[in-house]
Design a binder for this molecule. Structure first.
Ligand SMILES: NC(=O)c1ccc[n+]([C@@H]2O[C@H](COP(=O)([O-])OP(=O)(O)OC[C@H]3O[C@@H](n4cnc5c(N)ncnc54)[C@H](O)[C@@H]3O)[C@@H](O)[C@H]2O)c1
Length: 337
């Protein structure tokens, strides 16, 4: 059980869910969130979306990583684990210098600090490190195995690949350093609304359908992604910090490729709608039309595997979104009275 943790990006989607789970597991856990709120929001830290953690009890340092004295904070706070979730997560950002500076530049310092204070370091990489053709997307679809990565198709994926190189250098120099990188695939679940156009397709399609609109997806909807529930991603992230986790870089996904046509079908079932897809042409040249995590190494290295199938998770999440919308409509109508 973790009693003291730093969570960078803790006001974002995955980071805030991680904070809540740590607080659910150990109610008096001490947490320092470092998040400059460029994308995340305080409201993710006001209420546990799964309702069991009580109010947030930690500290927030609302500054960019590059502007905080992380060495001093870690020396005084002595975290058992540093969870590094902060990153520019808009994969369509094309300002290459900003993406690389913001995502990869502070990482060497973080690694150095974790090593010097004896903290474990668990950080978020991405399936974007594979690029378009990993797993043989243009040949025959097969799950992505870890050694296939390294051909990112956008600067976001490239910045994560640079971080993986930093990781490999760090563990080569310090073989007993507990450092785990996690290549998250397409994560969805509560607390992602602040991401706007970068929120998951599951969320965006559910919102369109609850508005009575046809769900808009790229032609012809057969593109398939590994859709993984945030509860599973958080469980994997915590498993990566456990004593018996083996240092390394691992895939974190559902292990299943779900097509966008299937997502629409599953949302129709969950929401009781009957809306057909409104297809449009894909404008992106760097689009991953197929992703699927191979989980063999993750199972053996972290002792973790997903507990939700994508379909069960989509149904649970769709019900949660509908519940939230009904609650906010009710409070709006009560305010009008
Ligand atoms: N959500 C996904 O599907 C997914 C997939 C692959 C990888 N990831 C990775 O997981 C991590 C969490 O992603 P998320 O979906 O929660 O995104 P998010 O944008 O909700 O969270 C990132 C948080 O980091 C903060 N931040 C960004 N740069 C910062 C900086 N330099 N200093 C301090 N704070 C900073 C933002 O304000 C935000 O709150 C990221 O590293 C992302 O690259 C996410």
């Amino acid at each position: 059980m973790i009693r003291r943790a730093i969570v960078t990006g803790g006001a974002g989607f995955v980071g805030s869910q991680l904070v809540w789970q740590l607080q659910r597991q150990v109610p008096d856990v001490q947490i320092v969130v470092i998040d400059d709120m460029r994308c995340g929001t305080f409201s993710n830290l006001v209420e546990d979306p799964f309702g069991k953690a009580g109010p947030f009890k930690g500290t927030v340092i609302a500054k960019p990583l590059a502007a905080v004295d992380i060495r001093d904070i870690a020396a005084r706070f002595e975290p058992e684990v540093i969870f590094h979730e902060a990153a520019i997560t808009d994969t369509t950002v094309t300002d290459e210098a900003t993406m690389i500076n913001d995502n990869a530049d502070s990482f060497d310092t973080l690694i150095d600090v974790a090593q010097s204070v004896g903290s474990r370091l668990v950080w978020a990489s991405s399936a974007a490190t594979y690029g378009i053709e990993a797993g043989g997307a243009t040949v025959a679809h097969r799950p992505f195995v870890c050694r296939d990565a390294g051909y990112p198709a956008n600067v976001y994926g490239f910045s994560k690949w640079l971080m993986e190189n930093q990781h490999r250098r760090a563990v080569a120099d310090h073989r007993d350093f507990h450092m785990v990188g996690l290549r998250y695939f397409n994560v969805f679940g509560p607390s992602e609304a602040h991401k706007g156009k970068m929120a998951s397709m599951v969320y965006k399609l559910a919102m369109q359908m609850l508005d009575g609109q046809q769900p808009r997806i790229f032609f012809d909807g057969t593109q398939a992604r590994d859709q993984v529930y945030v509860k599973d991603v958080v469980a994997a992230t915590i498993a990566a910090a456990a004593d018996d986790a083996k240092a390394g870089i691992y895939n974190v996904g559902s292990g299943v490729a779900t097509s966008f046509n299937q997502v629409v079908e599953q949302l129709n079932t969950a929401l009781g709608t009957d809306l057909s897809a409104d297809y449009f042409d894909n404008p992106y040249s760097f689009y991953q039309a197929y992703t699927c995590a191979d989980l063999d190494e993750t199972r053996s290295g972290l002792g973790w595997e997903p507990s939700y199938s994508p379909e069960d998770a989509i149904v649970e999440y769709a019900h949660w979104i509908r519940g939230q919308r009904e609650d906010s409509k009710r409070s709006l109508s009560e305010m009008k009275i």
